[in-house]
Design a protein around this ligand. Structure first.
Ligand SMILES: [Ca+2]
Ligand SMILES: [Ca+2]
Length: 239
């Protein structure tokens, strides 16, 4: 093959990989979906999430939108009716190890997830409304993850399994949070839920960017009416 032909083929392969990428995972499907079916293995590897579409917190409560989408995230949820499983791929060129206690960790790089099963209009949390925070703690130890539920620290040795992988472009989190910690008994396919996704981004010092999937204001932590609508869908092949 001539050098020119080789370059041409390489370029076409590059275009193909850019178009199709990992099987759909890093795309924002604009919807909030909780996939229902068998559980993933919480090991920080993406393979058992391949093909699932995620949601992205792209509305700035404050901070500045950049053309490069930095910071940004794609987040996917699953449940096996025992745990809420979370996979998040975060783009963040200044990804910090965050050793703040989880209830305070919103001040530095971290993710928040809001989920509730009461779809009635309400502006204060009811018992099934939840704020979950997942915190990247260590570049060297993937098992170190900070977790809080409704601003209470969760025991990450016994109650929540999680992995954090720092990547060339940011960080990745995979975790499983027991539904009992969320006071949610179970989910069913087709069920409507309320939810939001939040990205906290700091570079040096305090939080500089705050983005949500639904809310344009810094109100998700106290006002569930700021969250958006989601739905429980069966994983392909799951009954
Ligand atoms: Ca996995
Ligand atoms: Ca950051």
């Amino acid at each position: 093959m001539t050098r020119l032909a080789f370059l041409g083929v390489s370029f076409l392969l590059f275009l193909a990989s850019a178009a199709f990428g990992d099987p759909g995972l890093y795309q924002n499907n604009k919807k909030a979906v909780l996939y229902w079916g068998p559980p993933p293995v919480v090991d920080g590897k993406v393979d058992d999430w391949a093909g699932l579409l995620g949601s992205s917190p792209e509305k700035f409560a404050y901070g500045k939108l950049r053309a490069t989408k930095d910071p940004s995230a794609v987040i996917v949820w699953r449940t096996d009716n025992k745990k809420l499983y979370i996979y998040a791929e975060v783009t963040d060129t200044v990804a910090n190890e965050n050793d703040l206690p989880a209830p305070l960790a919103w001040r530095n790089d971290s993710l928040e997830f809001y989920i509730g099963t009461d779809t009635s209009s309400h502006i204060h949390y009811v018992p099934t409304d939840n704020q979950i925070r997942l915190v990247p703690v260590s570049r060297d130890d993937a098992t170190k993850i900070g977790v809080s539920v409704n601003d209470r620290i969760v025991d990450t040795e016994r109650d929540v399994e999680g992995r954090v992988i720092f990547t060339d472009t940011g960080y990745r989190i995979e975790a499983g949070v027991p539904l009992r910690l969320l006071r949610i008994k179970e989910f069913s396919v087709g069920q409507a839920i309320r939810c939001d996704f939040q990205l906290n981004d700091a570079n040096t010092g305090e939080r500089e960017n705050l983005t949500h999937w639904n809310s344009k204001s810094d109100n998700t932590y106290f006002d569930p009416s700021a969250w958006g609508d989601g739905v429980v869908e069966a994983l392909s092949g799951a009954r």
